[in-house]
Design a protein around this ligand. Structure first.
Ligand code: NG1
Ligand code: ZN
Length: 696
């Protein structure tokens, strides 16, 4: 069965690699990868005692001709790093060897079936793989291929339909939450019990060319209304082909192409990650067979600041007191009732209601104009629209599915890299004083607005991080914890210099991480409480269990002492933790927190923007055949190879007031990226150009 399946989806000649953000390539190259990743997902689930894993079919902000896969690990974060190599090896194995590669992975990872064979899935634990997809035309067909593979290994494939990437992370996290800490997996699970015989497979309704029809066993589907899928055309970059081109030119024979042209705009890809290394170690430390659940040290808190008196269910799972701050971990997961799309909306709207009590809900706040990049964020925002309206938050969803080409002329990547307003917001729109843009799978967010003097201004991931940072510091000061928390805001070299200076001024540490959210997430886990954001708008805030425990204790103490402001601050921070996605950056939960903070402060977007003034900056990229010819220090701010380059860049920086520049090889494209900032835009542009010239 497995061999037949592998052979029916032959591997393309292009090399495929599990990059920072999973696999990404032209959709027509991905059948074999989807099939094989469906198989791999089963092994990953088995290796964690049958806990669910997620498989997201998306190419994030790439053009509509691309697609891809992001695998979601059992704690709701990205696939553990060690498995990324297995994924790449399996995806690239020749067709006649793929089964052996799969068997080797299964044996090494303790994920073989009962008879020692990969396919012996009848032996416990039975794998569970939740497959979701974005709105691309080919996503349904590709998702069906993954589900077919899951069925072939007798795993339980669940068709989650169309979701944002962070929604799938959320569902996996909450589905497994208590289980990941040691509870036995119930059979059947509470929420996903529909049978393939009686439900409609929407993905197959969309499919016309699937080689393997719905007879595939073990597929379970969640009933949901059909979603619209639109086709569109685009010019996209085939990263996998770039990879194979670059392989033809090893580092010893540099074959770099030079940039005889002005700076180009970025077209890279995004990632949703979590601390992969910690997931691994957590999993080793707390295997399903050795329950490691600690008991609730506090009753569930009642958040009573608002009319919406809500129970913070996520804290019912609180398990943290025995874990010292030096080993932050993430076991405060909400109840399994939240392990669904509806549960996601419920959790977020409750948290928002707690954070923004009715008294703070000003009726004269204008609506937020949301650019959904013509992607999956649009239907999901529409699903929340009414509930948000009831909380005093008016949103207008623009650039929905079918309104134009996905991620083209709209969306977070376009807005942040091109520094241009999205389609539909090219000029001041009457009635809208602020707007935001999501990317194609709704894990990135940037804000923007038109000033009174008709200047369009961008508030990027750095500005969001600054807003969150000052809000957290203000609330922490009011909560007066017995023992101060270590609080940080993690940035990359792309963070605007003014942002770092502002955040440091708040009294926070500002560690630097390599580009790519999994690196930021990993760094953030070293702190009790950490904001992390990439300038491109991907980020979140992580609360360690130590922080949650301290806040619960503070709230209880303050209430006992009748110290209402202190109790309210602790409660506010706990509600923030409930609102902000603890697994990955999430455009929907991020915009809700931005809106909550603005509302609480009575701020308009211009007051937020005024927290600090961005230093003018410019990004560009140099297409190269061999990006590895450039190597940098670990923080990516200085070039180590070729050795003569950094002294040249140092000399250039010295020529400009507040000049800073760096170059680094992209992790997702065959380009070298150039970043420059300086006191004026003209100088930043000039420094970028000189840096590019020095580099090629
Ligand atoms: P590369 O291509 O390595 O620069 C890009 C983004 C990252 C991250 C990854 C994930 C920039 C400058 N780079 O990485 O932030 O989103 O894609 O795919 O935005
Ligand atoms: Zn994305």
């Amino acid at each position: 069965m497995v061999v037949a399946g592998i052979l029916s989806y032959p591997k393309p000649s292009a090399a495929l690699s599990y990059g920072t953000a999973g696999f990404r390539a032209r959709a027509e190259l991905l059948d074999s990868t989807l099939y094989r990743m469906g198989l791999l997902a089963v092994l990953r689930s088995r290796s964690r005692g049958g806990l669910a894993v997620g498989l997201m079919v998306t190419a994030s902000h790439n053009g509509p001709l691309d697609n891809g896969i992001k695998l979601v690990d059992v704690e709701g974060g990205m696939l553990a790093t060690a498995w990324e190599e297995d994924a790449t090896r399996l995806a690239n194995a020749p067709d006649d060897q793929a089964e052996h590669v799969l068997a080797a992975i299964a044996a090494r990872r303790g994920a073989a079936g009962g008879d020692g064979e990969v396919a012996g899935g009848a032996a416990p634990p039975r794998a569970a793989v939740f497959v979701a997809r974005d709105t691309r035309t080919h996503s349904a067909r590709l998702a069906a291929i993954a589900l077919e593979a899951v069925g072939v290994l007798e795993g339980r494939g669940v068709d989650m339909g169309v979701l944002t990437t962070p929604q799938l992370h959320h569902i996996v996290r909450h589905h497994n939450g208590p289980l990941a800490a040691g509870e036995r997996l119930p059979h059947p699970p509470t929420l996903y019990t529909t049978s393939s015989a009686t439900t409609t497979d929407l993905s197959l309704q969309e499919s016309t060319s699937l080689a393997h029809p719905p007879s595939t066993p073990h597929r379970e589907h969640l009933p949901r209304p059909p979603t619209l899928y639109t086709t569109s055309s685009a010019t996209t970059t085939d990263l996998s082909l770039q990879e194979s081109t670059s392989l033809a030119h090893p580092p010893s024979t540099p074959h770099r192409e030079h940039l005889p042209r002005p700076p180009t705009l970025y077209t890279t890809s995004s990632a949703t990650t979590t601390d992969l290394s910690l997931q691994e170690s957590t999993s080793l430390a707390h295997p399903p067979s050795t329950p490691h659940r600690e008991h609730l040290s506090h009753p569930p808190i009642l958040c009573t600041t608002s009319s919406a008196t809500t129970t913070d269910l996520s804290l019912q799972e609180s398990t943290s007191l025995t874990h010292p701050p030096s080993t932050p971990h993430r076991e405060h997961v909400g109840p399994r009732e939240w392990a669904s799309e509806e549960g996601y909306y419920e959790m977020l709207t409750r948290a928002y209601a707690t954070l923004v009590p009715p008294a703070a809900r000003s009726s004269d706040r204008g609506p937020l104009w949301i650019d959904a990049a013509c992607g999956v964020g649009a239907p999901k925002l529409l699903a929340m629209q009414e509930a948000l309206l009831a909380l005093g938050l008016r949103v207008h969803v623009a650039n929905g599915v079918g309104d134009g080409e996905l991620n083209s002329g709209c969306g977070a990547e376009h807005v942040q890299k091109a520094r241009l307003p999205p389609r539909g917001f090219e000029a001041r729109l009457a009635g809208f004083d602020r707007a935001c843009s999501l990317d194609g799978d709704a894990d990135r967010l940037v804000y923007h607005y038109w000033t009174e003097s008709n200047e369009w201004k961008l508030l990027d991931g750095d500005k969001i991080a600054a807003l969150f940072s000052c809000f957290l510091m203000e609330q922490l000061a009011a909560a007066k914890l017995d023992k101060p928390l270590r609080v940080a805001c993690v940035q990359t070299a792309y963070a605007n210099g003014a942002a770092g200076a502002y955040i440091r001024g708040l009294g926070m540490e500002v560690p630097m991480a390599k580009t790519g959210v999994k690196f930021l997430h990993h760094e953030a886990l070293h702190f009790d409480l950490a904001v992390y954001f990439e300038a491109n708008g991907h980020g979140t805030i992580l609360f360690s269990d130590a922080a949650v425990s301290a806040l619960l204790q503070t709230q209880a103490d303050a209430e006992a002492q009748g110290d209402a402001p202190r109790a309210a601050a602790a409660r506010c921070l706990l509600a923030t933790k409930q609102l902000i996605n603890q697994a990955v950056g999430d455009a929907i939960s991020d915009f809700l927190l931005v809106e909550a903070v603005l509302c609480l402060r009575g701020w308009g977007v211009s007051q937020w923007d005024a927290l600090y003034s961005d230093l003018p900056s410019r990004q560009t990229k140099l297409p190269v055949a061999e990006r590895a010819a450039i190597a940098t220090t670990a923080d990516e701010t200085r070039v180590t190879t070729p050795p003569a380059l950094q002294p040249e860049l140092d000399a250039l920086m010295a020529r400009f007031a507040r000049g800073r520049c760096f170059v680094r090889p992209s992790g997702t494209e065959d380009v070298v990226r150039v970043y420059a900032e300086a006191a004026t835009q003209a100088e930043a542009d000039e420094l970028a150009l000189l840096t590019a010239q020095a580099t090629h």
